[in-house]
Design a protein around this ligand. Structure first.
Ligand code: C2E
Ligand code: CA
Ligand code: CA
Ligand code: CA
Length: 277
């Protein structure tokens, strides 16, 4: 009887998950069809750990649905990818990020912005042209715009992804490989990638101050990055102790709640005023 109860509970749980996914996808589709974007971008600063200066920003998508309330990107991005909506969403993100970049520039704030791309974005030839056109239109320099792509996304269609990323590099865009350390890519493969930044996955950084094993992993990634001449960002810095370790190991850039949470554009401007020097 106990097993039966467990099976029943398991079924209900699956059912709830399925229902939730269905309602999220349905809402997303309705919103996109009506071009009624309930999105906003939050910006999380990346700081130079050696000088303490703000270096750049990562754009992170937020969706406040009028029907469903706040839905985290970890929940809806995957669904959007599967449902074929990601290109439209990324177009919105890119447009918003570039118009915010133009605003920053008009306020003499010399920060660059990176945007997260999905696998399907990287191989979408229209996207690169669209980005260039908008940067041109808003008179924003190409070196102010950067992209982040996860290791696992790259591995979906590696040859095609590499070819597409090379085009981004040829146009001078900085490319970061996101969630590094989680995707099982070999060192030889890393060398063949046209990327110039490694972002150490936050799972290795969150408890860096307490976990000996994480310390070993992170310090070896830093060595590796140095030998490949790559810049490094450590993400998920939540404590002064972790920050100090990274600083001592010579890690170049850092990001995390200890430095700043992702901020609305207005909150970011206020944060910048206090932290710019
Ligand atoms: P990600 O690109 O790895 O982004 C880092 C995530 O870690 C963000 O979550 C950020 O808020 C969170 N984070 C930053 N610092 C800390 C910290 O110190 N501690 C902890 N615990 N977390 C920290 P968020 O904003 O919920 O985004 C989750 C994921 O959703 C992102 O992971 C990215 O994969 C995806 N995502 C977000 N925006 C976009 C977008 O515009 N396009 C695409 N394709 N994916 C996006
Ligand atoms: Ca990212
Ligand atoms: Ca991701
Ligand atoms: Ca990441």
């Amino acid at each position: 009887a106990k097993l039966q109860q467990q099976i029943l509970a398991y079924d209900e749980e699956l059912d709830r998950k399925y229902q939730r996914r269905l309602s999220v996808v349905t809402e997303l589709e309705r919103m996109l069809l009506e071009e009624r974007y309930e999105f906003s971008l939050h910006y999380q600063p990346k700081v130079n750990l050696q000088t303490g200066k703000v270096q750049s920003l990562e754009a992170l998508l937020r969706w406040h649905s009028s029907e469903l309330g706040f839905i985290p990107p970890d929940e809806f991005i995957v669904l959007a990818e599967h449902a074929g909506f990601i290109n439209q969403i990324t177009d919105w993100v890119v447009t918003q990020a570039i118009s915010d970049l133009a605003l920053l520039q008009s306020k003499d704030i010399p920060l660059s912005v990176s945007v997260n791309l999905s696998a399907q974005d990287v191989t979408n030839a229209d996207l690169l042209a669209n980005i260039q056109q908008q940067l041109n239109q808003q008179q924003v320099a190409e070196h102010s715009f950067a992209i982040e792509i996860t290791e696992s996304d790259l591995l979906k269609e590696p040859e095609k992804a590499i070819r597409c990323l090379m085009e981004y590099r040829q146009h001078g865009f900085e490319i970061a490989i996101d969630d590094f350390g989680t995707g099982y890519s070999s060192l030889a493969y890393l060398k063949s990638l046209p990327v110039n930044v490694l972002k150490i996955d936050k799972s290795f950084v969150l408890n860096l101050d307490q976990q000996q094993e994480d310390q070993q992993i992170v310090s070896s990634i830093l060595e590796l990055a140095k030998s490949f001449d790559l810049h490094v960002v450590a993400e998920g810095i939540e404590s002064a102790e972790s920050l100090a370790l990274l600083h001592n190991w010579g890690c170049e850039w850092g990001q995390g709640y200890f430095i700043s949470k992702p901020l609305s554009f207005t909150a970011l401007l206020e944060w910048y005023e206090v932290h710019k020097d």
